[in-house]
Structure formats: structure tokens, C-alpha cells
Write a protein that binds this ligand. Structure first.
Ligand code: PLP
Length: 388
């Protein structure tokens, strides 16, 4: 008889997991609310347990509140923001569809990459990193390219700009195209009226404005987007993110007609507890109060940065309250400062990404971290490090 030996080489890392935590003032993840972490550590239930199904329904309702939408097809995707981003494209793009992407930073380019992988005829318009598109520019581009989908990032985490969205819904309806918006760094923290602004497809993440760890990602699609999905000539080319299947696990078809709950994949149960708690905390505060809190704390940060002699990369009118890009003074090594902050003060800030690498720091004030005492802590530490 063959005998097998146990390979002991990889049996243990040096010690059990010990993470004491850090102040996360970078582009995300942001610090999770302790109440969310407590909810996350509750015992898992089965993915079709009646108590879990109730929690799923509550999460859908609370997500509709956070997005200000009545979209039936509103669920959290099991995965991070990129999974929900992929879900918007996977369900609606058919080979040859023109997808117009308005790119003004790193995440716009990710949309270009993903849309191309689903066979879209991708058209790209660009703006320098740190600027926004105006309605006239987007109107001209839609008239020229006649897209099936216009995709744009509301909160570009790589540059710190907040893209105005008013008027785009009307423009897209006039030209019979869907409006897809990345709300990863805005949901819960930056004014967003999904239905009133005529947004058809949107996605977000858990780890920023919602104060939750990463791993579950809000997703929504309007009846117009559902119609495009249902009239496809080709099969949805991504099984895991197929909303026509997933909708049944969430209790209805994509139009909202009740259906028996059917297993699709094993939901990440504890991430769903966490998101449900995070959304409950947001609802208890009131969405408009959260938007205002984020704006006020960002303004406190901007004033403090100015006092330290630092300036922001983005014009004030288009600055994101959740993510501020700060110009790195000429004589300073951006990375060395970020490393010092981490090692000496247990505090993370982000470095510039892509075109802005080495030129800016990225400071996030999101969800649980958007509070005046945390802004003052951060400013105090920055002062110590930059002006010792
Ligand atoms: N879109 C934007 C604007 C982002 O900032 C991010 C991540 O930071 C993503 C998409 C991707 O999300 P995730 O990293 O959660 O997959």
C-alpha cells in the first residue's frame, strides 16, 4: 500500500494573525465603524435561512435609500467595487455596442478596459487629471459617437474631482443611451440622486463612504437597463455576475415580479451583516446629514492644509469631500513622508496614482473617519512631519 507523508514545511506562519489597526486616511479602505465590525462577527446563517432572507430584503431597501432610487434590481454584489463595476457592463454590453467612456483619471480607464473585454466598440474622450467634463463636451461626444452606454465616474479617486451629473440623464434619454455612473467614492458621502438624475447603472463599494470593510459592493440598474439586458441577442458572458440569475436569489426576476428564492452562489453572509449595519447607521443619521458632514469635514481639512502652506490639486468647486489630492511641495519626497506617517504615527495616506504619481498625496475622509476630531488629528500629525 502506498504511504503518504505530510508536508510540514508550510504548516505555520510565524504567529497567529495580529493586526492592531491603523488610521486609514488614504483612498480606501477607510476605518470601519466598530458597530459594523461587531455585526460582522455575529455567527453565520445559511444563505437561504429565513432570517438571512429578511436581512437581504432590508439591505435592498436601505440601498435604495442610500442611492435615492426605486430600482427593483438593487443588490450588493459579492466582491469589491470592481466586481460591481464589471456587473454593470457584463449585463448590458453586447459585442459591437458603442460604449462611450469619459475618462479623467485611473478608474475611467478601468471602465475602458472592462468594456473592451465584453466586446464593446469603446470610444474614449479624455480630460486632464484633475478636471471635469462639462455638459456641452459630453453632449457633443454623445452626438458624435451615438453610444449605447455613456460611462462616467462621479468621484474619481485618482484625482479628487467630483464630476457634476446634472443634465446627463436627459441627454442620454434624448439619444436613447444608458447612463452608467461609478459611485465608488461617493455613495453615502456625496450628493447623489440616482432616479432624479436619470442614472441607469451604478455601482459602489463598502469600504469608503459606508464605513464597512471591503468585500461587498452595491449595484443597481434601472428598468431601462433591465430592458436592454432582457432584449440581448447574446448570452450574458459572465455567470457569476448575471443579474437575470442573481435576481432570483434576491427574491424576484429583474423586473421585480416575486419568484421563489433559488441558490446562485453562497452569499458572503458576514459581509452582508456588515453592509446591512453600515446602511442602517447611514439611514439613522439621514443621507443629507451625512453628505453635509462629509462636506464640512473636508472644508476643515482644506483650511488646515492651507495653514500648513499646502495646496489642493483640484479647483474648490469640483473637489470631492471624500478624497483630497494635495500637491507635494517640490523639495519633498512624497513616498518618504507617507512612510514616516505609517511607521511613526500609525497613519496611512495615499500616494498619487498614474499621471499624478509623485505629484500629490491622496487624503481620504470617508464614512466613519469623516469627523472633526480625526481631521484635527491628521492635521496635527502632518504638521509634525512636514514642519518638525
Ligand atoms: N472605482 C473607483 C472610483 C475607485 O476608487 C475604486 C477603488 O478604489 C474602484 C472603482 C474599484 O473598487 P475596488 O477596489 O473595491 O474593487
Amino acid at each position: 500500500m502506498t504511504t503518504f507523508t505530510i508536508n510540514e514545511r508550510d504548516r505555520f506562519p510565524a504567529q497567529k494573525v495580529e493586526i492592531s489597526g491603523r488610521w486609514l486616511f488614504g483612498p480606501g479602505p477607510s476605518n470601519a465603524d466598530p458597530r459594523v465590525l461587531a455585526a460582522m462577527s455575529l455567527p453565520p446563517l445559511g444563505h437561504l435561512d429565513p432570517d438571512f432572507l429578511t436581512l437581504m430584503n432590508e439591505t435592498q431597501t436601505l440601498l435604495r435609500y442610500a442611492w435615492q432610487t426605486e430600482n427593483q434590481m438593487t443588490i450588493p454584489v459579492s466582491g469589491t467595487g470592481s466586481a460591481a463595476m464589471e456587473a454593470t457592463l457584463a449585463n448590458t454590453v453586447e459585442p459591437g455596442d458603442v460604449v462611450l467612456v469619459a475618462v479623467k483619471g485611473y478608474f475611467g480607464n478601468r471602465l475602458v478596459d472592462m468594456a473592451g473585454r465584453y466586446g464593446a466598440d469603446v470610444r474614449k474622450i479624455t480630460k486632464p487629471w484633475g478636471e471635469v467634463f462639462n455638459l456641452e463636451e459630453l453632449t457633443t461626444a454623445v452626438q458624435t459617437h451615438k453610444p449605447a452606454i455613456l460611462a462616467i465616474v462621479q468621484a474619481e479617486t485618482s484625482t479628487g474631482v467630483r464630476q457634476p451629473l446634472e443634465g446627463l440623464g436627459e441627454l442620454c434619454r434624448e439619444h436613447n443611451c444608458l447612463l452608467l455612473v461609478d459611485t465608488v467614492t461617493s455613495l453615502g458621502a456625496v450628493p447623489l440622486f440616482l432616479d432624479q438624475w436619470g442614472i441607469d447603472l451604478a455601482y459602489s463599494c463598502s469600504q469608503k463612504g459606508l464605513g464597512c470593510p471591503p468585500g461587498i459592493a452595491p449595484f443597481t440598474m434601472s428598468p431601462r437597463a433591465v430592458e436592454k439586458m432582457q432584449n440581448r441577442r447574446t448570452i450574458i458572458p459572465n455567470w457569476y455576475l448575471d443579474m437575470s440569475l442573481l435576481s432570483h436569489y434576491w427574491g424576484s426576476d429583474a423586473n421585480g415580479t416575486q419568484s421563489a428564492r433559488t441558490y446562485h452562489h453562497t452569499a458572503p453572509i458576514n459581509m452582508n451583516y456588515a453592509l446591512r449595519e453600515a446602511l442602517y447607521i447611514l439611514a439613522a443619521e439621514g443621507i443629507e446629514n451625512s453628505w453635509q458632514r462629509h462636506q464640512e469635514n473636508a472644508e476643515l481639512l482644506w483650511e488646515g492644509l492651507e495653514t500648513l502652506g499646502l495646496s489642493c490639486h483640484v479647483e474648490k468647486a469640483f473637489r470631492l469631500p471624500t478624497l483630497t489630492t494635495v500637491k507635494v511641495p517640490d523639495s519633498i519626497d512624497a513616498k518618504a513622508i507617507a512612510t514616516k506617517l505609517r511607521i511613526e504615527y500609525n497613519l496611512e495616506i495615499g500616494l498619487g496614482l498614474g499621471e499624478l504619481a509623485g505629484k500629490v498625496w491622496r487624503i481620504g475622509l470617508m464614512g466613519y473617519n469623516s469627523h472633526p476630531e480625526k481631521v484635527l488629528l491628521l492635521l496635527g500629525v502632518l504638521q509634525k512631519v512636514l514642519k518638525p
